[in-house]
Every structure is written in structure tokens, then in C-alpha cells.
Design a protein around this ligand. Sequence first.
Ligand code: NAD
Ligand code: UD1
Length: 339
Amino acid sequence: MKNILLAGGAGYIGSHTAVELLESGYDVIIADNYSNSCPEAIKRVEEITGKSVKAYEVDIKDTAKLEKIFMENDIDAVIHFAGLKAVGESTQKPILYYRNNIDTTLSLLECMKKYNVNNIIFSSSATVYGEENPVPYTEEMNRGTCTNPYGWTKVMMEQILEDAAKADDKLSVVLLRYFNPIGAHESGRIGEDPQGIPNNLMPYVSQVAVGRREQLTIFGNDYDTPDGTCRRDYIHVVDLAKGHVKAIEYVLENDGVEVFNLGTGTPYSVTEIVSTFEKVNDIKVNHVYGARRAGDLPESYANADKALSVLGWKTEKNLADMCRDTWNWQKNNPNGYKN
Ligand code: NAD
Ligand code: UD1
């Protein structure tokens, strides 16, 4: 049995990945400070899978406390989800973002070196393609210019991990560039639970539908896109989680650094998201068109061929599944985990 440490594993993507790993026969250890999550998510992972998870409440920046986990467990691989991710907040509090996101990465790498753990998967983002690269994005493109500190932390952490692997033949690194994860586990027991006003589209849509917010503002309808609204590569979080299981198999068997886009390769517009959500769930989402949001690109979507050819992974769920599962989570948990 292989032990996988999920740093930040109580969060949205981490909790869904924990379910898929447990169901694939891995043992899961979660380290989280619950700064953007709660222990209830881990309880629900255990409820869904009928398996137990060893959980540590720890700030991963605190290398001494983190080390205890490496001392007590024989870890085979680490998945590094732990990070702050609100783009707008990162422009207000850049030092907090650089401190948290970079230091968690350095602490993990230090402990891994000391305890001879040689496999790490990192949660990167499509944001590293920046403003210059044309869509669809392919993994060999150079990292681009980001519009915010959050994006720069991802660029810097990719570089740190690449440098660490260059200096250490034993180290195996997989950088997963996520596109736009939405949806929830089909049980409706775990899902995305943003604190405060959601920054991202889908949680905003579902909070309007459930009556927590009055209306959605669609940011701009004058882009050079088929319907004038921005297009993104939305991916079901369960497909994304399954991508991590494939990446674990890969990282355990290979050395060096490999980068994979995790997306569907098919973009949908904001208007298509709203209309599909309304149609499949038979519910109205009040919305108005407003000004563009600073920093938004007209289009962002993956070329997902490499993940298929190397990892044997591709998405299985469609946009209707994403909208249905988001709503199933939201309507059963109108206040997220605080029910
Ligand atoms: P999330 O906020 O739900 O999960 C992140 C988890 O990390 C939370 O549980 C939080 O409490 C924890 N954490 C943060 N700092 C920590 C610290 N210092 N010590 C211990 N725990 C800490 O976010 P998510 O959506 O699950 O994203 C997971 C990762 O994927 C993040 O690194 C994020 O930047 C990246 N990512 C997310 C998206 C997205 O749209 N959700 C897109 C691209 C990349
Ligand atoms: C954003 C971040 C990206 C990050 C990702 C996941 C920016 C510029 N990019 O991506 O770095 O990796 O989240 O956290 O912030 N929209 C509305 N109304 C809303 C919310 C969003 O119209 O209330 C639109 C946006 O303009 C965009 C689309 O919906 O066109 C998707 O937005 P969002 O979910 O925030 O994701 P990204 O902007 O793609």
C-alpha cells in the first residue's frame, strides 16, 4: 500500500482527489491548516469511501511541525495543493501570497529531501501561460507574463521545482496545469465552498441559483469571441481528481520533470455556462451584463493531447454533468460545510 501525503488536501480539489486515491487503493494522509477549508470535508471523504484518512492540522510553512508528519509516516509521494488562490486578494496582499505559496513549497521540498521522499505532484495553473501564448495551450510553450501575484507564485514554484529536480537525479516532479475546475462529487457530499463572495464563475452562479446572491454580473460581452463573452476550458473536478491518480502512477515510476495540462480542450463561454446551468437544473440564474474584469483573457483552453498519450487520461464528464453536480452540491449544502 502506497502512502500519499496531500498538502492542502482538505480543500476543494484535494478532497476530491483524496476520494479517487482511496478508491484506487492508496492510503491518504492530509496536512492542512484549514485556512480555506474545514475538517468536515475530510469526514465526508471518509463517509463516501468507507476508508479512514490520517489528518494533521499544520501550517505547511512551519518546517519543524511538517517534519513530524514525515517522521511518523512512510510517505511515497506528495501532492502539493496547499496555497492561497484568490487572484484579486493576491494583488492586495502580495507578500502574504508569496510567503504562503513559496514557503509551503520550500518546506515540503526540505522535508522530502531529509526523509528521502522523491516524488511530488504540484497544483499549477493555466495562468502560467500568461498573456502572450495563443490558444490552445501546449505544454512546451514558454511560461508567459502573469497579470497578478497569484499567477507569479505558480510560475515561481514551477521554476523552484524544476531547479530542485535538476540538482537531484532521484527527484521526480509532475507539474499539473489545471484549467477551470468546477462541479462536485456526484454524492453531493463534497464540493467547492468559497469563503465570502466567490471570485470564480461557477460558485457565483450556484449561489445566485440558491438565493445567497441576488444576481450574477457577466464581465464583458464585447470580446472577440463567438457570443462576445469569455471562453474557458471548464473541467469536472472528479475528472481532474482522476488525473491525479494517473499522475501518481507516473511520478512513482519516472524521474525528472514532466508537465501536463489537465483540461478538456473544449472552451465554453460564460453565457453557455449560465444557459446550460439553467437548462439542466431547470432553475433561473438572474444575470446582467457588466464591464470587463481587469486581467481577463478572452479565451483560455488546453490542448489535452499529452495527458492522453503519456498518462492515458482524458475527461469523461460533459458540461451538463458539471452543472448538474454543482447544483446537487449547492442545493444540498446551501451554506457549504456550515450546515
Ligand atoms: P482550496 O483553497 O480549496 O485548497 C487549498 C488548501 O490549502 C485549503 O484547504 C487551505 O486550507 C490549504 N492551505 C493553504 N495554505 C496552507 C498552509 N500554509 N498550510 C497548510 N494548508 C494550507 O483550493 P483548491 O481549489 O482546492 O486549489 C488547490 C490548488 O490548486 C491550489 O494550489 C490552487 O492554487 C491550485 N489551482 C486551483 C484552481 C481552481 O480553480 N480551483 C485552478 C488552478 C490551480
Ligand atoms: C481565474 C484566475 C486564474 C485562476 C482561476 C482559478 C483571473 C484573471 N484568473 O481564472 O488565475 O487560476 O481563476 O482560481 O482572475 N466571470 C463572470 N462573472 C463572475 C465571475 C467570473 O462573468 O462573477 C467570468 C470571467 O470574466 C471569466 C469566466 O467567468 O471570463 C471564468 O472566471 P473565473 O471562474 O474567475 O476563472 P478565470 O478567470 O478563468
